[in-house]
Write a protein of this length. Structure first.
Lengths: 293, 260
């Protein structure tokens, strides 16, 4: 009986979907795309369009102004400097850390990974405040280090201080991204290498790092882009008194001296173009290395 | 063994390095004075009681909760049906969606703020200065996490066969979605909501640039308190940490349960 009943229902059920076609699906996607358009795609497109001077002039006038201004060139130089060094420091610490994390007993490993995960929440304004308390002019660590005579003064409110803070938020990100990438390394390789007389250094130089190269490059780009776009920590640390690209963009649209949204848009376009260029070069280098030197 | 000791040493060093700012802030927030001497003076909860009795702090905390929970509600309403529609009606679009949802990652908040400020400052849709604009912006922040986690959950449960089976038993598509697909998404949804919450709770750029003190959230309040006593801001930072740490911990527990 039951099977007979099923056989009767089945054709009707199969026809139910074509009755509405894919329209319910379209209806479910519409509000989703509307909000995504309104708050991500249209503003990004607006930035592109409005980068031309508001008072007339050629479309490239703002870009020419930025590139010929020592002030804005310094902003790009500082941003590149801070991003490059903090990403490299974060990447090196993350690689060394993950290589060891994968060699310690399970309990310690999962506890350490969980802690790293949690510390990735320490970013932006609270991170800057924590570093001021630790390493500011009268910071707790500053007092201790000064007592021991290791330092004479705190240098947190400088580009080097920013590199330190940025490196701190790069480490957890690097560890979390690289951790699964280390699956590419077979544990037997290190045994095989040491059987052939290779020490840990030559194993990592000839086997480990080349195998990980694509993951390392990808992680570096992620950290670099993250640092280039970062704003909150630097803003909170210096109240906007450090010359970075993101600080310049923000002060041109929301500062209290004078506003120039079109120049901010041009700066933003240049920042995005720079990130796109870095990503493209990385992609090209990787493709070339895959094809076999 | 020497190598084992080395690896343990590196892991401990990493943890200490990451814990240093947290520990420093914690001790500072609990001490009466710590300005000239190597060790802090006196233990006190004074800074925490001052903070938790401050009306402006409680208001900012409330604002943050409203904006974050509102965003999560909006995101759930928009993303869950969209993920289902992609998997059930347009499986071929899945590849494109995975690229599309990464776009908010590629555009730093400072950059999109430039566009948002000129689009929604005045004119027909005037949202700048109201919490409503944060709902939309925070949706784009939560989107990559929520979409990926929900999409992964759906891939595991084989949507098409389940819904077709429900049709066979006489259920309509909405009913099949509600009774068959949604329960399977519950854990993935919960984990992604916790993760998104801790991200949104820490958001500063949109909140400060688009709304500022007109609807002060916790992060903006924190920034505006930068000239208060360091002990007070430490207590504020620690209260924020402990709250987000608890949330992240719950998210990790839920996603671990799901895997086993």
């Amino acid at each position: 009986m039951a099977t007979a009943k099923l056989a009767v229902i089945a054709p009707a059920a199969a026809e139910r979907r074509p009755a509405f076609g894919r329209w319910p699906g379209v209806l479910a996607l519409l509000p989703f795309f509307a909000v995504l358009l309104a708050f991500c795609l249209v503003p990004a497109a607006w930035v592109l369009i409005s980068s031309k001077p508001a008072d007339g002039g050629m479309w490239y006038a703002n870009f020419a102004e930025i590139l010929s201004s020592p002030f804005y060139r310094q902003a790009f130089g500082n941003s590149l400097d801070v991003s490059l060094w903090s990403s490299l420091a974060g990447l090196v610490i993350a690689v060394v850390g993950v290589a060891s994390l994968r060699r310690v007993p399970g309990r310690l490993r999962s506890a350490a990974v969980a802690f790293t995960n949690m510390s990735s929440n320490l970013s932006g304004v609270p991170l800057a405040f924590a570093f001021i308390i630790l390493l500011g002019t009268n910071g707790t660590l500053t007092l201790i280090l000064r007592h021991w005579g290791w330092i004479d003064d705190a240098h947190l409110y400088s580009l080097n201080g920013l590199i330190l803070i940025y490196a701190y938020f790069q480490i957890p990100l690097g560890v979390l991204v690289l951790y699964p990438a280390f699956d590419a390394l077979d544990d037997d390789w290190q045994h095989a290498a040491s059987q052939l007389g290779a020490g840990p250094f030559s194993y990592w130089w000839h086997v480990g790092l080349p195998v990980l190269a694509p993951a390392l490059a990808g992680t570096f780009i992620l950290l670099f882009a993250n640092a280039m776009g970062a704003y909150a920590s630097a803003f909170a640390l210096t109240a906007g008194n450090v010359n970075l690209v993101t600080i310049r963009i923000a002060s041109l649209v929301a500062g209290d001296i004078f506003l120039q949204p079109d120049l901010a848009a041009a700066l933003a376009v240049l920042l995005m173009a720079l990130l796109a260029l870095v990503t493209a070069v990385n992609h090209w280098l990787l493709n070339r290395s895959y094809r076999g030197d | 063994m020497a190598t084992e000791r080395y690896h343990r040493g590196v892991v401990y060093l990493l943890v200490v390095l990451l814990a240093l700012p947290v520990l420093g802030t914690l001790i500072y927030s609990l001490s009466e004075r710590w300005d000239a001497t190597v060790l802090p003076h006196g233990l006190t909860l004074h800074w925490y009681t001052t903070l938790w009795l401050d009306d402006r702090f409680l208001m900012a905390f409330w604002h943050s909760l409203v904006v974050c929970l509102g965003t999560l509600l909006l995101s759930t309403i928009l993303i869950v049906p969209a993920v289902f529609a992609i998997h059930y009606y347009f499986p071929r679009l899945d590849r494109w969606m995975n690229i599309l949802i990464l776009l908010p990652f590629a555009v730093p908040p400072v950059v999109s703020s430039v566009g948002l400020l000129s689009l929604y400052a005045d004119g027909p849709i005037s949202l700048v200065g109201t919490p409503w604009i944060l709902l939309g912006c925070y949706f784009t922040i939560a989107l990559p996490f929520m979409y990926r986690m929900l999409s992964d959950s759906l891939r595991v449960i084989n949507v098409r066969e389940l819904v077709d089976a429900a049709h066979l038993l006489g259920a309509s598509t909405p009913r099949a979605f509600w009774a068959v697909i949604l329960p399977g998404l519950r854990k993935g949804l919960l984990a992604s909501l916790f993760i998104s919450f801790s991200f949104l709770f820490g958001e500063f750029v949109f909140a400060n640039m688009l709304v500022g003190t007109r609807y002060e959230t916790l992060q903006v309040y924190l920034y505006n308190m930068r000239n208060a006593s360091g002990h007070f801001t430490s207590a504020l930072v620690m209260s924020y940490f402990i709250f987000t740490f608890a949330l992240t911990w719950m998210a990790m527990r839920i996603s671990r349960q799901e895997r086993t």
